[in-house]
Design a binder for this molecule. Sequence first.
Ligand SMILES: [Zn+2]
Ligand SMILES: [Zn+2]
Length: 240
Amino acid sequence: MLAFIGNGSAFNTKRGNNGAFMKEDTQLFLIDCGSSTFHRLVEKGVLEGVEEVTVLITHLHPDHVGSLGDLIFYSYFKLQPAFTSKVNVMAPAAIMDDLRSLLKAVGVTEEQHTLTTIEGEAREVSLCGVKKVEPVNVEHARELDCFGYILQLERERIYYSGDANMIPTAVLTQLERGELQAVYQDCCKADYEGNVHLSLRALDELIEPNHRKRVWCMHLDEGFSIEEAKELGFQVVEAI
Ligand SMILES: [Zn+2]
Ligand SMILES: [Zn+2]
């Protein structure tokens, strides 16, 4: 299962920017690195003893990549052995050029990190119990390409939505067939035409009650009621 460094939406400063991680020995696997993420990683001691970091990126909004440069600099200068590249940033080809430009624009150099493009449908990895990452196109903001991921772990298969105002049909089918042990879904209280996130009302309409125990709400906005979500049978992620 995933741990969370933050479970809030972009403006929900109390909860911190949504981001998940898994840590194993000296390896850290992180999904996104939003504006508040680096600060929290240091504050919570998550980076202690880490020698290798892989960051999987869902999309380029600041609450998902805002402190990626800080993480790369810190890993390069502060984590031992110092002055070695420790962060590998992984993303689909569709966003890789913009990601490369963004890091270059904030002064991150090529010797301080590596970039791995996920070509095609999936990429085999061996990171903190993650065996395979499979990008899934999701709808979020019109201006940006956004991805969710199906992650093959050692004993389970899970879906992580990134930011999305929908759930792909293939994901819903796999959830219904029992092929996904957990679905982590961007979910909010706000509910209006043109919403770039998925409201709890919409989630309630999409998921049959008997599957809700495997559906975890994340990226919570200020108005989100954890009680209401739980009463409907959903789970809600907690940050460390
Ligand atoms: Zn977001
Ligand atoms: Zn976003």
